[in-house]
Design a protein around this ligand. Structure first.
Ligand code: HEM
Length: 346
């Protein structure tokens, strides 16, 4: 056989999507096939997040939005195409999704190093871990089991169905998380990710007129001033930081003077401040505040407000569990050449 023919056969074998079994994921999965893969990912993530901490928030959210919809299969990364006019990205639930440029840069570096080897779904999991570790100054850390494949299906309506709505009440949130086998405690733990990042005003518009029993009136006026009124629209839709601690000092001094001592120089710092903010009714989403409305969930909010180290550990465990959500049985999986598109044969 000529070398050319052998190469062609190898390409054909790699290009064919396999049916995914319930294979075990493994820490160090690429040890033999792509040495130092985690070092490459980490260095690109750290460089990007140093330049723009918001990208780190985007990467953490990307893991959630990938895994809650058809399992961790990189379906959230697929762009619109001739054959798929409404991928997950198009769903309103994916408003503001970011960090894909970091994933693309990692994929390009890894393709150069070890072509056709590292899946985009594993890259999302590694990158989310590295972003969380960086933004928490090492507090949130864990080993990432790998060996996922990227899927070939991505439908906006699946994201509509499976991603939680920011206006949800506690019953809806608990149901949404239980469907993926997550407990009330894990819902509370994972919601703590809202200590970082930003949100569009339309994602919490109901909060702009919510009663004082649900939102600190000072915080509400701060949000109203940031959003330019109580009725943001998709065409006039600024973003606001998720963590009041990251707000600009002048605005906080004006609307919420009691919070001035909470302000920090380091923005987008991942920690348990979300729980303190929540107990003070200074969180962006109705779904955040709703955690105070049930005895069990509220108990966990109090628990994590008191113990930041425990939250770091439990958040790490919850991210590992999230990262193991499998694709639906019988799904096709592959190593994509580019994370934003399925391979040619589809
Ligand atoms: C519990 C139900 C949840 C709801 C209803 C929810 C909803 C939202 C919404 C509406 C946004 C803002 C989108 C925008 O307007 O730009 C957001 C941002 C964010 N969410 Fe959640 N989320 C939930 C759980 C989670 C979980 C489990 C994680 C990760 C483990 C997470 C991580 C983030 C992060 C990091 C951001 C900021 C992203 C950025 O700045 O780019 N969220 N979330």
């Amino acid at each position: 056989m000529t070398t050319k023919l052998v190469c062609l056969l190898v390409v054909v074998v790699f290009a064919a999507a396999a049916t995914v079994g319930a294979g075990e994921l493994k820490v160090g999965y690429y040890e033999k096939t792509c040495k130092d893969v985690e070092k490459v990912v980490n260095s690109i993530v750290v460089d990007s997040v140093k330049g723009n901490r918001g990208k780190g928030a985007g990467l953490v959210r990307l893991l959630f939005h990938d895994c809650f919809v058809r399992g961790c299969d990189a379906s959230v990364l697929l762009e619109k195409s001739e054959v798929n006019r409404r991928p997950e990205k198009d769903s309103g639930a994916n408003i503001g999704i970011r960090g894909m440029d970091v994933i693309d840069a990692i994929k390009a570096a890894l393709e150069e190093r070890c072509p056709n080897t590292v899946s985009c779904a594993d890259i999302i999991a590694y990158a989310a871990r590295d972003a969380a570790r960086y933004l928490s100054r090492g507090g949130v850390d864990f080993a990432v089991p790998a060996g996922r494949l990227a899927g070939v299906v991505s439908r906006s309506r699946d994201a509509d169905t499976y991603l939680p709505d920011a206006a949800s009440n506690l019953t809806d949130l608990v149901r949404n998380f239980r469907r993926k086998n997550f407990t009330v405690e894990e819902l509370v733990i994972l919601s703590g990710a809202h200590s970082i990042g930003v949100t569009h005003c339309t994602s919490f518009s109901g909060r702009l007129t919510a009663p004082a029993s649900q939102i600190n009136p000072g915080y509400r006026s701060l949000l109203v001033s940031k959003c330019g009124g109580v009725s943001p629209t998709p065409s006039s839709n600024p973003t606001v930081v998720n963590n009041v601690r990251d707000e600009d000092a002048a605005a906080v001094a004006r609307s919420l003077p009691a919070f001035v001592p909470r302000l920090r120089k380091a923005k987008d710092y991942m920690d348990n401040s979300y729980y303190h903010n929540n107990l003070a009714k200074a969180v962006t989403f109705h779904a955040d505040w709703a955690l105070l409305t049930g005895k069990e969930a509220r108990g966990h909010v109090v628990e994590y407000a008191k113990n930041g180290t425990l939250w770091n550990l439990d958040f790490a465990d919850a991210l590992v569990k999230l990262s193991k959500l499998p694709m639906p049985a019988g799904s096709k999986g592959e190593i994509r050449a580019k994370c934003s598109a399925v391979n040619y044969h589809h």
